[in-house]
Design a protein. Sequence first.
Length: 133
Amino acid sequence: MIEETFVMIKPDGVKRGLIGEIISRFERKLMSITELRMLTLTRELAEELYAEHKGRDYFEKLINYSISGPVVVMKIVGENAIMNCRILVGDTYPEKRVPGSIRGDFSPYLTENVVHASSSKEDAERELRIFFG
Ligand code: CDP
Ligand code: MG
């Protein structure tokens, strides 16, 4: 089933010069970038994107990291794109990340983890609407 999902290269990914490397991993999995924009998140936008995490002990750290520099936001379209982007991104927790995934290859950290991808159809629709209307 062809799906649309939302992917964001986070500030550490942009600062480290990984934009091309990350985008090419989605493209070579036969997914297409159909919208793309660079911006720096405002605190309000970051809190909207991560609304489900409000109240968690890591929330302030997550928001401060998310607004610490420019990000690249994308709409990605392809076969089972929601699941396939999550697989390419790798696990939330460093100890579960495998080499070959973006986080597995580029981040040993829990918070600073290079990339975001929507985790469900509902999240994908909500997150795409925030950035692409
Ligand atoms: O990004 P992902 O969907 O894998 O994880 P999440 O549980 O939805 O959390 C969103 C983001 O919050 C993560 O990507 C981390 O940057 C951050 N986080 C954190 O700093 N500490 C945690 N215990 C959990 C998440
Ligand atoms: Mg998530």
